[in-house]
Design a protein around this ligand. Structure first.
Ligand SMILES: [Ca+2]
Length: 385
């Protein structure tokens, strides 16, 4: 075999190797953690805290004062999910000084190796994260020093389905006016509101369209589906019936706050996600013909329908949260009231027309930052007299 054919053969092998790598869904790798002495950090507000640490530790998990292992693994295909199998886990004992740095509400019994897909422009990654500490018995912990992981990608996703099918934003053409809102509810937009924004008159009411998705934070899981473009919202138009949106006219629409409220079916209670990036949701209004479907709230003729359900009550959820101090400087853990010399604070929340005899529950969510020993999150339940 001559030199040239060897090159071709090697090139062929290289192609085979790359194809095999591309289609390989399984990666096996050993990870070691080089633990260091706890480090003390002084924050900008003068607060000092000591952290457990190892080389390249990352802080920002649900327990931001504990070190998290984080590593990016290059992959060729975007997978919806990954399966991870751990073998040969090696643990080391922790000193009493190290154990004192672990939050009292940390009770991880086995390490949760988490891999999710990340997509950044044209590159696909698998992100491996795990918190390398386990509680062996109440108050006793061990730290991971080495593990072998077999990571298998499942359910490959094509780039097209990942990014949606919209080639350009609805905002790419037409004349648009932006407004913001802070709370979820039905909003009334008047003729004066539109002209104050600078919308040209006369305004043809059938051409008005409003777009917006609410302002809730996007999922941190890149594999989660997300809305491709701004959605058009149906409007309830009140233009006096003359087709012109002028003085005294208004339309109604349902606007959503930047803070998300959802029902946690596993724990059977409502929960909320406070938007740490914005206090407002932004909506866009246009009267440009041809932009949007000009959606309107539809009416239903109920003259021939028979009443079969009487609704007199509903489940009410409210939350109070203030982001004042980023005490852990984690970027994501923001705290409100400080309890130092002040041990008691009172907060009033207005709840209208609560029926007697109905149960209610109040949950206090303690920060996960180890400033002091906080009680675990518990609901305080009672029944109204
Ligand atoms: Ca009118």
């Amino acid at each position: 075999m001559g030199k040239k054919s060897w090159v071709q053969f090697l090139f062929f092998l290289l192609i085979c190797f790359q194809v095999a790598e591309t289609q390989a869904q399984k990666v096996q790798k050993n990870f070691t953690l080089q633990w260091r002495e706890p480090v003390e950090q002084t924050f900008t507000n003068g607060f000092q805290q000591t952290f457990l640490t190892f080389d390249d530790a990352f802080y920002g998990s649900d327990f931001p004062d504990l070190p998290t292992f984080y590593q990016i693994l290059p992959v060729d295909i975007f997978y919806s999910r990954y399966e991870v199998r751990a073998t040969d886990e090696q643990f080391a004992d922790m000193t009493d000084a190290e154990v004192r740095l672990i939050p009292v509400d940390f009770h991880q019994k086995t390490i949760d190796y988490h891999v999710n897909s990340a997509y950044d422009r044209k590159t696909v990654y698998a992100q491996l994260t795990f918190l390398p500490i386990v509680e062996t018995s109440p108050g006793h912990y061990r730290k991971l020093v080495s593990v072998t992981l077999e990571i298998e990608g499942k359910d490959a996703v094509t780039r097209k389905s990942l990014r949606g099918n919209v080639s350009q934003s609805v905002l790419a053409s037409g004349q648009w006016y932006q407004f913001s809102l802070a709370k979820t509810g039905i909003y009334k937009v008047t003729y004066q509101d539109l002209t104050a924004m600078g919308m040209a008159t006369p305004i043809t009411s059938s051409q008005i369209a409003v777009f917006g998705n609410g302002g809730m934070m996007l999922s941190e899981e890149n594999s989660d589906p997300r809305i491709d473009d701004l959605r058009e919202l149906p409007l309830e138009m009140h233009d006096g019936g003359d087709g012109t949106f002028d003085n005294g006219d208004y339309f109604l629409f349902y606007g959503q706050s930047p803070h998300d409220v959802s029902y946690d079916s596993a724990n059977q209670h409502f929960t909320h996600a406070y938007n740490i990036y914005s206090d407002f949701s932004y909506y866009f209004v246009t009267q440009t013909p041809g932009v949007g479907e000009k959606k309107r709230v539809q009416t239903v003729n109920n003259e021939n329908l028979t009443e079969n359900l009487t609704v007199q009550d509903f489940t009410y959820f409210d939350f109070f949260e203030e982001d004042v101090t980023n005490l852990c400087e984690s970027g994501r853990t923001w705290l409100g009231d400080r309890y130092e010399r002040t041990a008691t604070r009172s907060r009033r929340r207005a709840i209208r027309r609560v029926r007697a005899g109905f149960p209610f529950a109040v949950r206090l969510l303690p920060p996960r930052c180890q400033i002091s020993r906080f009680p675990s999150t518990k609901a305080r339940s009672a029944t109204l007299p």
